[in-house]
Design a protein around this ligand. Structure first.
Ligand code: ASP
Length: 439
């Protein structure tokens, strides 16, 4: 059994957290490959080391004063090192880093040092080999992740290694400069390593006990999702539920390696298993609910629209030409609505309206803003009758007016549009009917 374990920034924010991480790793021999983030926040108002590095680099590369922020970065590491009683000394590394900042080695290089240095400290603490991600994770000339080259070299490099720490978040370009993934990208590194060693499991350790059925800022103490499929996860993430970097799914998914989201501060909690498919029945009919505010519905009406060949294309062409991607497109016989992101739509609103008039001569165009979309997601919905009925009666009881309904063809989700002001009421009503009432 081989497990790849990735620890997020809050799991490695202090010496105390490092100790928890080491206990977790030592508790299971299968946890052979470790991917750390940079030290994150120790408390709410704290600053992540990654953010300090960006700030420090911005100052140093512009010839401004960077010394005090650099000192704070050094202090974060030195505090961890001394509290753990380690003898590793990062002074040389700090000197190289400072010189590279002044020499304008790039923002990505700067940010990557957070993981690099943390990886060195963790490897020392665990007694594991340290493998610089720049030597095993590659990007191509366009800056896209080079999956094939990485997998070949990384798999060969790790083949005869018993235990190693590979820092997350970065790799190297063909010209040997450093490039990072987007923010939160250590999740992606973990997934890449899991694929390369053909792990049985990719454990992603963070500070929550898994994916929650609904947003805890809206629902008090929501239940944890025990098992979720990649497709369900994608639906929920798209609607704003975040725990895992979106790109972290691809490498392991292809190999059929499940991901287990676990809590460093509560290691005995089961967490959430993310799997390709499962015969396990979800605890509730729905797996999760997520939503986003700030959409606009552009509704176009034209008599006999249904007979006009190419009508839909002509409308969508206008949105495309204005650089707008649409979220949903519910349609009737003589009406069609295009749902777009309000902030984007506002930029080219008049051009879009003029374009629609020009292209299709509609009878009317109506615009409704401040719409929230809610996705009710669940593989269990396919085989359960009456899910939609239950959702809409719950919303009616909560006095929420439904503006739009869209059921994905996979029967995996039902998307509901409500007014922004009804968002929380709607989410609560749906959560209550399926989870609190346990149906
Ligand atoms: N340290 C990086 C960030 O803050 C990457 C990560 O934590 O995954 O975004």
């Amino acid at each position: 059994m081989v497990k790849v374990v990735k620890f997020g920034g809050s799991s490695l924010a202090s010496a105390e957290q490092f100790k928890k991480v080491a206990d977790i790793i030592h508790a299971d021999e299968a946890r052979r490959f470790v991917v750390p983030s940079a030290p994150g926040k120790r408390f709410d108002d704290d600053t992540k080391v990654t953010d300090m590095l960006y700030e420090c680099y911005a100052a140093a590369s512009k010839g401004k004063d960077y010394k005090s922020i650099l000192q704070k970065i050094k202090d974060r590491y030195n505090e961890i090192i001394s509290e753990l009683g380690l003898s590793i000394n990062l002074e040389k590394e700090f000197d190289i880093m400072e010189a590279c900042f002044i020499g304008k080695a790039g923002r990505d290089y700067a940010a990557s040092r957070g993981e690099h240095l943390n990886g060195m400290v963790l490897a020392d603490y665990l007694g594991y080999e340290f493998i610089d991600a720049a030597e095993v994770i590659f990007f191509d000339d366009n800056g896209s992740f080079d999956a094939d080259r990485t997998n070949e070299i990384l798999a060969a490099r790790l083949e005869n290694v018993e235990n190693a720490v590979i820092p997350g978040f970065y790799g190297s370009m063909p010209n040997d400069t450093i490039k990072t993934f987007s923010r939160g990208g250590s999740d992606v590194t973990g997934s890449i390593v899991a694929k390369a060693v053909r792990a049985d499991l990719y454990e992603n350790w963070t500070d929550v006990s898994g994916f929650l059925i609904a947003d805890p800022r809206v629902i008090d103490n929501p239940k944890v999702i025990k098992t979720i499929t990649y497709k369900e996860l994608r639906e929920l993430s798209y609607m704003g539920a975040t725990v895992l970097h979106e790109d972290a799914i691809f490498p392991v998914r292809k190999e059929g390696i499940p991901i287990n989201i676990k809590n460093t501060n509560a290691p005995d909690d089961e967490g959430t298993m993310i799997v390709e498919s499962t015969s396990k029945k979800p605890d509730y009919t729905i797996t999760g609910i997520a939503g986003k505010r700030g959409f606009t519905a552009v509704s176009i009406e034209k008599d006999m629209m249904n007979l006009e060949l190419g009508f839909g294309r002509k409308i969508l062409e206008v949105f495309e030409k204005n650089g707008l991607s649409f979220e949903h497109m519910p349609s009737g016989i003589d009406t069609m609505s295009i749902i777009v992101q309000q902030s984007e739509f506002e930029k080219t609103e008049q051009e879009v309206l003029a374009g629609i008039h020009r292209n299709t001569q509609p009878d009317s165009i109506e615009i409704e803003s401040d719409i929230a979309l809610i996705a009710v997601v669940g593989r269990g919905m396919k085989s359960t009758r009456g899910t939609a009925g239950r959702i809409f009666s719950a919303l009616a009881h909560a006095h929420v007016n439904v503006k739009m309904i869209d059921q994905g063809s996979s029967e995996l989700n039902i998307i509901i549009g409500v007014k922004d002001e009804d968002f929380e009421k709607a989410l609560t009503a749906i959560y209550d009917i399926f989870v609190t009432a346990r149906v």
